[in-house]
Design a protein around this ligand. Structure first.
Ligand code: ZN
Length: 184
């Protein structure tokens, strides 16, 4: 079994180049029988690519995931805290053994600009958004709210005047205040 290194189309062993895009063919192990997938094989993973850094590995991973292939990115650099350590072993992209063939074909196939854009959009969307509560419960804000409420209440609240009762102050020319209760 041979496979186009460009588009991934499969050819018999006697073919030499892809009939679609004239790219050289590479030997490829035949697709494993489906019975192997029911004997625990689907839980085994295989490293299909080693990347120089997390960025390219993550991009490839989101490419695979956008095609429904589960994959894992693993590196010996403590989750990116010590990026210089990736130089020794690289960032490994693992997929299930059953998915290895499809994943390799996907990674070999060049992405169209639209696909690249989609993958990058998915990668951004995959980052869990920071959860910002619409209203943060805080005692300080509650007390402030109560205080403002009291002040506003005082400004607008007028004690009901008793009907028929009114106090009128008048001032005599010599400055004395007369208090006259009117009723009526
Ligand atoms: Zn091809």
């Amino acid at each position: 079994m041979k496979r186009c290194t460009y588009c991934g189309k499969e050819y018999p062993d006697d073919a030499t180049e892809c009939s679609i895009d004239r790219q050289p063919l590479a030997d490829f192990p035949p697709r494993p029988a489906s019975t192997e997938n029911q004997t625990g094989e689907e839980d085994k993973t295989v490293v299909i690519r080693i990347f120089a850094n997390h960025e390219t590995a993550g991009l490839a991973a989101s490419n695979l995931e956008s095609h429904g292939l589960e994959c894992w990115v693993a590196a010996d650099d403590c989750g990116g805290m010590y990026p210089n350590l990736t130089a020794a072993s690289g960032v490994r992209l693992r997929v299930r053994v059953a998915d290895a063939e499809a994943a390799a074909a996907l990674l070999d196939a060049p992405l169209s600009p639209a696909e690249t854009e989609k993958v990058e959009t998915d990668a951004v969307a995959a980052v869990p958004p920071e959860i910002i509560p619409a209203w943060k419960f805080a005692w300080g804000q509650m007390l402030l709210g109560v205080a403002v409420g009291i002040i506003i209440g005082c400004l607008f609240f007028r004690p009901p005047t008793r009907p028929g009762s009114q106090t009128v102050y008048t001032y005599t020319p010599d400055g004395k205040r007369n208090e006259v209760g009117l009723s009526g």
